[in-house]
Design a protein around this ligand. Structure first.
Ligand code: F6P
Length: 329
C-alpha cells in the first residue's frame, strides 16, 4: 500500500513527531509512504518529498531525530486553489495518478474540511491527525501542539510578571487561538493571571474594572490579563484602551505573543500524543477505516468522522473558568 502524508494549515509543534510516527509505523507494517510538501497546494503542484536516493518516498531514515523538531519538514500552506471544486477534482486525479491508496492529512479544521471535499472525488482512504495549537476540534481532548503553545505563553507570562511586580503594573497579553479560548484559559490558569478575556465568555469592561479595583484594595500590585485574539473586544490593544478609558486603576502595558506560540521544540506531552495518533492513523487505514480524525479521549484512541470534528464550537470547561476567578483573589 502507498500512504500519502502531508501537513496543512498553521504549523504546530509535534507535527514532525506525528510524521515520524506515520512513516515508522507504515514501514514497520511493510507499506510505502509518500511525503507531500506544502499541504493541499503541494499536492496540486505534485510537490513530493524526495529522499536521499532521489525517490519520491519517505524512508525510515527520512524521519530520524524528528520527534524533537518544531515546525514541519514537509512545510505547510493554506491553499486557495484547493478551495475550488476544480482544485479538489484535480487533487484527486493526482493522488490516483501517483497510486496513492490512502492519505493522512495532519492539520486543523480547514484541513479536515478539505478532506471531506476531496473524498467526493478520491476513492482512497483518508484518516487525519489533529495538528493545531488551537485545541478547537471535537473528537480529541487535546490537539497536537496545544500543550507546547501553552507552555510558551506561560513562560512569557512568568517573565512579564517579574516586570509587572517590579513596576507595579498590569500587562495585557494577547495569545493565539482564532475562535477558541483554550490557549487563553490554560495560559491564564497556569500563569496565575487574574483575568482571561476569551470568545466563549462575554468580556464586560466595567466588570473587569470593578474587579481590578477590588484586587487593588486587597493589596495586589501587579495584574496579568490574558486576552485571546478572538475575544469579541477585538484583542489586547483594544481592550487596553477600553479599560484605560473606563478608569483602570493600574498603569498598563500590552504584548501580543502571536506566532511566537507556533514554533519551538514540542513538549513531551505533544510528542507522545503525536506518536500515538500518527501510529493510530496508520493502523486505522490498515483496518480499512476512512473519513475520520484520530483523537485521544479520556486516554482512549478514537476515530471521529471528519464532519463531526469541526461541526460545533468546542466549549471550554466551565470549572476552569470558575477556578481562575477563585484563584485570582
Ligand atoms: O489555527 C492556528 C493559528 O495559529 C490560529 O491560532 C491563528 O489565528 C492563525 O493560525 C494564524 O494564521 P496565520 O499563520 O496564517 O497568520
Amino acid at each position: 500500500m502507498r500512504i500519502g502524508v502531508f501537513c496543512s494549515g498553521g504549523d504546530a509543534p509535534g507535527m514532525n513527531a506525528c510524521l515520524r510516527a506515520v512513516v515508522r509505523s507504515a514501514k514497520a507494517a511493510g507499506h510505502d509512504v509518500v511525503g507531500i510538501h506544502r499541504g493541499y497546494q503541494g499536492l496540486l503542484n505534485e510537490d513530493f518529498y524526495i529522499n536521499a536516493d532521489g525517490e519520491p518516498l519517505m524512508k525510515l531514515r527520512s524521519v530520524s531525530n524528528l520527534a524533537k523538531l518544531g515546525g514541519t519538514i514537509l512545510h505547510t500552506s493554506r491553499s486557495e486553489e484547493f478551495r475550488t471544486d476544480a482544485g479538489q477534482k484535480k487533487a484527486a486525479g493526482i493522488l490516483q495518478k501517483h497510486r496513492i491508496d490512502a492519505l493522512i492529512p495532519i492539520g486543523g479544521d480547514g484541513s479536515f474540511r478539505g478532506a471531506v471535499a476531496l473524498s467526493r472525488y478520491y476513492d482512497g482512504q483518508v484518516i487525519g491527525c489533529p495538528g493545531t495549537i488551537d485545541n478547537d476540534l471535537l473528537g480529541t481532548d487535546y490537539t497536537i501542539g496545544f500543550a507546547t503553545a501553552v507552555e510558551t505563553a506561560v513562560e512569557a507570562l512568568d517573565r512579564l510578571r517579574d516586570t509587572a511586580d517590579s513596576h507595579e503594573r498590569m500587562f495585557l497579553v494577547e495569545v493565539m487561538g482564532r475562535h477558541s479560548g483554550y490557549i487563553g484559559l490554560y495560559t491564564a490558569l497556569a500563569g496565575g493571571a487574574e483575568v482571561a478575556a476569551i470568545p466563549e465568555t462575554p468580556t464586560d469592561t466595567a466588570h473587569i474594572i470593578r474587579q481590578l479595583q477590588l484586587l487593588k484594595a486587597r493589596g495586589k500590585t501587579s495584574i496579568m490579563i490574558v486576552v485571546a485574539e478572538g475575544d469579541e473586544t477585538g484583542g489586547a490593544v483594544v481592550l487596553n484602551e477600553q479599560l484605560k478609558q473606563g478608569g483602570c486603576p493600574f498603569q498598563t502595558r500590552v504584548l501580543t505573543l502571536g506566532h511566537l506560540q507556533r514554533g519551538g521544540t514540542p513538549v513531551a506531552a505533544d510528542r507522545v500524543l503525536a506518536a500515538r495518533l500518527g501510529d493510530f492513523a496508520v493502523r486505522s487505514i490498515l483496518d480499512g477505516r476512512t473519513g475520520a480524525m484520530t483523537g485521544l479521549i479520556h486516554g482512549n484512541l478514537v476515530l471521529t468522522p471528519f464532519a463531526d470534528s469541526f461541526a460545533g464550537h468546542r466549549p471550554v470547561p466551565e470549572a476552569l473558568l470558575r477556578l481562575l476567578e477563585t484563584l485570582a483573589y
